[in-house]
Design a protein around this ligand. Structure first.
Ligand code: ADP
Length: 669
């Protein structure tokens, strides 16, 4: 080392200080580097090094063409874990090889006298074992020699990676914040549109005054035309004041406890200035909380059920009335679930079958067994038909006797009911009511016995009266006493009419007591029709009687009884049509049955009377029938007779146009 004071002083002075890097610089044998021993350094370099070592700002010097590096403590962190300490005294080209393609040209520019600097300049440094994006505010300045040429590059630099990253994070956070804000807003919009479109009434009541903050359409519809939005509840719906619901609502706000109401009565008016009505609601009050966890509003979900509650109440009233009526009428009720195979009988129904226990009853064990043996097959067949929709349409109306299971008492029952079917026409339920008609039946039987007895008693004198009249008539004819014979003919007609009437009653009585017997044999139905028409003709009714025989037909039946049916239908046709009208009787075949029809052009029958036409003692009431004699037993008897022959009887009619009565009988051999 040269001993000249001046140089020594300069040497020591320029490397003095500089903290850790100062020490490192002083420990290096610079004579082994391209820039040589400090004693040989030009003054510009010495001054710059001294300045650098005494600066807190990160600085480094790249000296000479080889860009030999010297740096201070402030610069040290920029070199990371892998570039220091070897960077000291070697070329920048080597230390920053990974970015030399970026900074090399800048260095060259500086060496040519052009300073350069950038804020937040990104350089991909590999200083910690991996490449990382580093940012710098830097300035590359030329260090000029005394002769004005450039000796090296002074780098003043501040690393801004942290700031840039923080800024980036901040931007990202801001973006995320914006996204989440947008999401929150869209969520809020979605919720709002859900609220607005929900099929239940929804409103949000805000603050302690419970101001309507949001009201959806169904909620507004609860109060058509009333202004709710923006108004406190008590102002918008003042009628709630003093009502328990108002306390409940306030309680939800103060305690935060939700409240659910089911079918609650809340008297409210609908529109402005309309009367307060009893209205029922299903609703839910739910507290709304603010960010501090404090209740700041109430959410209301509500559904008006007034109509439902009213219907339910009406239904209950009707049910009670029905129960009362069933009780008053002493009706028993039955209900069969044909899918589950269960049967329910109420107390009264059990009594009708002489059962006092309350155990489960069954169709076979209790119902079928409880039927009177004489009625059992008939009733079971009827029920089987009830279960076939096509046959009965599910309608059930039957009278039968029961034999009390416990008391062996015989009771008469009238049962009416209906079977219900599924989509495949399978019966699913059979419900109905049963009435004890024992009393009524015994009355009828007594009446029937009386009619039978009276008719029977009347028949004998009438037969002898008829015989005497015939004898007198024959005598009058013989004596050619025209007046007496004429009078006796009228008597004969009246006696025959009376006989028909008495026979009718006698037949009813026989039918009721089951004493009517069929005496069947083969005969020609067409001939019977002709005979009966003649018989009517002889009574000289005045009508035109047309008889159409389509072909000869044999039937196996009780000739007398079928004759009485034809006479009855013809007599009715005569009775219920004017004298100048035509009556047409037709005898033919329809399908595999013989069919007879009697057509008249008379007064006809009202549609509402058609169903009861064949009922016992039924007579249609009208001004035209008022003075026509009859007891309403002819069609009843005819129907019984035809049904006992496995035939059918029915009528078609139009008021003031006429009627057609039909009956069919199975064809004989
Ligand atoms: P009646 O003795 O009263 O004629 P029926 O049993 O023969 O009894 O007939 C029952 C009722 O049916 C009659 O009272 C009448 O109202 C009505 N009716 C029967 N046949 C006819 C008919 N051809 N035209 C109009 N009404 C009829």
């Amino acid at each position: 080392m040269p001993e000249t004071d001046g140089i020594k002083t300069a040497y020591h002075q320029c490397l003095e200080g500089g903290g850790e890097m100062g020490g490192l610089i002083r420990s290096i044998d610079w004579s082994q580097t391209p820039i040589g021993d400090p004693s040989t350094w030009p003054s510009a370099l010495r001054t710059s090094v001294s300045l650098m070592l005494n600066s807190y700002f990160p600085m480094y010097i790249a000296w000479g063409d080889g860009y030999t590096q010297l740096y201070n403590d402030g610069y040290r962190p920029i070199l990371g874990a892998t570039k220091h300490p070897q960077a000291m005294g070697i070329s920048t080209r080597e230390t920053f090889a990974e970015i030399w393609h970026i900074i090399g040209s800048m260095f060259e520019g500086v060496m040519n006298g052009q300073a350069v600097g950038f804020p937040n300049f990104m350089l991909p440094l590999e200083r910690n074992g991996y490449v990382e994006e580093c940012f710098f505010d830097f300035c590359y300045s030329p260090i000029k020699l005394d002769d004005g040429t450039v000796g090296g590059v002074l780098v003043t630099v501040v690393e801004t990676t942290g700031t840039v990253k923080a800024l980036k994070d901040l931007k990202e956070n801001k973006r995320e914040l914006e996204i989440s804000k947008a999401e929150t807003e869209s969520e809020r919009d979605r919720l709002r549109s859900f609220f607005m479109q929900a099929p239940v009434g929804i409103c949000i009541l805000d603050g302690p005054d419970l101001v309507f903050e949001l009201v959806n359409e169904p909620y507004q519809q609860l109060f058509p035309g009333r202004k709710l939005l923006g108004k406190p509840v008590l102002e918008a719906v003042p009628e709630v004041k003093g009502q328990p619901i108002w306390d409940i609502l306030q309680n939800v706000y103060t305690t935060g406890e939700a409240f659910e109401g089911n079918g609650l009565l809340i008297p409210l008016a609908r529109g402005e200035n309309q009367p307060v009505e009893d209205r029922y609601f299903n609703f839910m009050y739910q507290a709304r909380y603010n960010a501090d966890g404090k209740v700041d509003g109430v959410l209301v979900f509500v559904f008006e059920v007034t109509e439902m509650v009213n219907t339910r109440n009406d239904l209950k009233r009707e049910k009670d009335k029905l129960k009362l009526a069933i009780k008053a009428a002493q009706l028993g009720t039955f209900d069969m679930d044909l899918v589950k195979g269960t049967m329910e009988w109420d107390k009264r129904c059990r009594t009708l079958f002489g059962i006092s226990h309350t155990d489960v009853v069954t169709y076979e064990k209790d119902f079928v067994t409880g039927l009177h043996p004489d009625d059992r097959d008939k009733v079971v067949e009827i029920i089987n038909n009830v279960f076939v929709k096509a046959i009965s349409n599910g309608d059930y109306d039957v009278e039968y006797r029961t034999v009390g299971a416990e008391d062996q008492k015989i009771r008469w029952v009238r049962a009416k009911g209906k079977a219900y079917f599924d989509d495949n026409n399978q019966p699913t339920r059979f419900v109905g009511a049963a009435l004890d008609i024992t009393e009524q039946k015994s009355d009828e039987l007594r009446k029937n016995d009386f009619i039978g007895m009276v008719s029977h008693e009347l028949k004998t004198p009438l037969t002898s009266l008829s015989a005497y009249v015939q004898m007198l008539h024959a005598k009058a004819l013989k004596e050619q006493d025209a007046f007496v014979s004429g009078a006796l003919e009228k008597v004969t007609t009246q006696v025959r009419r009376m006989g028909t009437m008495i026979n009718g009653f006698l037949n009813v009585s026989r039918l009721e007591s089951g004493k009517i017997l069929l005496n069947k044999h083969d005969f020609m139905l067409n001939e019977l029709v002709l005979d009966m028409t003649d018989e009517i003709r002889q009574t000289g009714p005045g009508h035109k009687l047309a008889c159409i025989i389509e072909k000869p037909i044999t039937v196996h039946a009780d000739q007398d009884k079928i004759g009485s049916v034809i006479i009855n239908l013809l007599s009715n046709a005569v009775k219920y049509s004017a004298k100048d009208k035509t009556i047409t009787i037709t005898c033919g075949v329809a399908g595999n049955m013989a069919q007879v029809s009697v057509h008249d052009e008379g007064i006809g029958i009202k549609p509402e009377d058609m169903d009861r036409l064949f009922d016992r003692y039924f007579r249609a009431e009208s001004p035209q029938t008022k003075y026509i004699s009859g007891f309403g037993i002819g069609l009843y008897l005819s129907a019984e007779i035809i049904q006992r022959h496995d035939g059918k009887i029915w009528a078609e009619s139009e008021t003031n146009k006429g009627s057609v009565f039909y009956f069919t009988l199975p064809l004989g051999n």
